[in-house]
Design a protein around this ligand. Structure first.
Ligand SMILES: [Zn+2]
Length: 233
């Protein structure tokens, strides 16, 4: 009886608040799901969370002393991953970020490489950007991650200090110079002797993660790993 009633209420609210898959638009989807099963099955998972010396770890060779690194999905133009990240960053769609974070959380929770993570830190966003957007997209992703991968979340220990110009037009070398002193650890106690997992939405050159990661390592954490939603070359 109760199940029938719940189903009735679900159907009824579905009628009032139509709920569709963010990928293909089908309404053959559970009330609290974000994508349909078919779209989830088609997401381009990398499998990097179980692969040593994967392409993400290689990005940091000689630059940042990481324990492990992974990216959940391959990024390509016009893809569903691009759409979801766009929704998160430019359309105020936090649900997209939370969903992607959950997907990453499932991968991390099944991986041996990430089992001794102590705490998760989302890459701090430039304060001006965060004010404009109203939230830090990496923090939304991190909340999705910890809903599955049960670790502590630390959002106040590391801050971003200065405004950096958009980096698109700078070359690789200049990006490094620009990132000097951008991050600061204001509460070293929160990361002391811990294995920290630094989280961001997408990795390209890794310059920003590199700068933040080095700042965290210098402040006395035990070890550092990195995980992002997407990977683009
Ligand atoms: Zn779908």
């Amino acid at each position: 009886m109760l199940a029938k009633l719940t189903a009735y209420i679900t159907d009824f609210s579905h009628f009032i608040f139509p709920h569709n898959c963010e990928g293909c638009g089908t309404d053959a989807i559970q009330q609290h799901d974000f994508l349909c099963m078919k779209c989830i099955a088609q997401l381009p998972e990398t499998g990097f969370e179980n692969i040593d010396e994967n392409p993400i770890e290689k990005i940091f060779y000689g630059r940042l002393n990481i324990q492990n690194a992974t990216a959940a999905f391959y990024f390509s133009k016009q893809s569903l991953i691009q759409h979801l990240l766009h929704q998160l960053k430019y359309r105020g769609n936090k649900e997209a970020g939370y969903f992607l974070g959950k997907m990453l959380g499932y991968q991390l929770s099944k991986s041996q490489k990430f089992k001794d993570i102590d705490t998760i830190i989302p890459l701090p966003l430039n304060p001006k950007k965060e004010l404009k957007r109203g939230y830090n997209q990496a923090a939304i992703i991190a909340e999705g991650v910890i809903s599955i991968f049960k670790k502590s979340l630390e959002t106040k220990a590391v801050i971003r200090t200065v405004f950096t110009e958009t980096q698109t037009h700078h070359n690789r070398i200049n990006r490094w110079k620009n990132m000097d002193g951008v991050f600061a650890v204001i509460n070293p106690k929160a990361i002391e002797a811990k294995h920290v997992l630094l989280i961001d939405d997408i990795i390209t050159t890794g310059a920003t993660l590199d700068a933040c990661g080095n700042t965290i390592l210098k402040s006395g954490c035990k070890s550092l790993s990195i995980a992002t939603i997407a990977y683009t070359i």
